[in-house]
Design a protein around this ligand. Sequence first.
Ligand SMILES: NC(=O)c1ccc[n+]([C@@H]2O[C@H](COP(=O)([O-])OP(=O)(O)OC[C@H]3O[C@@H](n4cnc5c(N)ncnc54)[C@H](OP(=O)(O)O)[C@@H]3O)[C@@H](O)[C@H]2O)c1
Length: 283
Amino acid sequence: MDTQSPRAVLISGCSSGIGHALARDLGRRGFRVLATARQAADVEKLSAEGLSCRRLDLDDSGSIAAGAQWALEQSAGNFYALINNGAYGQPGAVEDLSRDALREQFETNVFGTQELTNLLLPELRRRRRGRIVQVSSVLGFVCLPWRGAYNASKYALEALSDTMRMELRGSGVFVSLVEPGPISTRFGINSLRAFDKHLRPQDSVHRDVYESLRANLKNMQRRRFSLPPESVVAPVVHALSATAPRIRYRVTVPTHVFAALKRILPAAALDRMLSNSGGAPVR
Ligand SMILES: NC(=O)c1ccc[n+]([C@@H]2O[C@H](COP(=O)([O-])OP(=O)(O)OC[C@H]3O[C@@H](n4cnc5c(N)ncnc54)[C@H](OP(=O)(O)O)[C@@H]3O)[C@@H](O)[C@H]2O)c1
């Protein structure tokens, strides 16, 4: 075992946004970054930036297995952490979501993510140390209208994380959740793809809302209280490096505010407040 080699960290979803910011930054902090992206063109782009990169599509078990294997091979015996970052948001009122739309949302954000985790956990357990950092969301603990699929997927990620953390007690492996609010990335634009794929606004009782929802998704990068993707780096570094990492890292003002409101407000009052945020979502 080579304990001199840098600690290797696999990151999913590095083509843009938070994953890209983490991939660029963690190398400068002494980690061996193993960046992954869903599309071949992005792997080429990231490789050209000097990153060790390969394809990993969370919707494809073969790609996940090959990505996990590659990570272990590249780690020179020092595989240390997995950052589960890759995800997308399926917009739409719950009553408009088909089984396929929900299934696809869970395939990426939950099932593929957990499959990757389960393939890498044995190595972390064997080494008796390691970190799993789950990029969740403020929508992992409060819900917004028109975001049911994404909300459900992040709640599921939170539940799996909380459970794993207990099951991993004493193993040397720690699970942390990072819960960003609005971050200026391509997330909104990417959500439009899912919107167009699965929603038929003209057939929906929510068609008026969908017009403003579409506009909001296009302008998501300019939302109030948005922070740049680099704002997620410091909490992730803490989760990777601290002797006692935190269970939850809340990033952005809306995340802190909603966490506090959830503790103090009656559910009906919180519903009223969140309902008013639904058209101009605070993620
Ligand atoms: N932006 C926000 O306001 C915000 C707030 C809270 C939480 N988050 C969370 O932060 C994380 C990163 O999102 P972001 O804001 O940086 O958005 P982003 O720029 O859209 O990045 C999302 C990344 O996930 C990747 N991805 C999507 N489907 C995938 C799949 N099947 N397999 C592998 N990778 C896949 C995307 O790849 P492609 O480019 O190929 O689609 C992209 O690299 C996500 O977990 C998101 O839920 C974001």
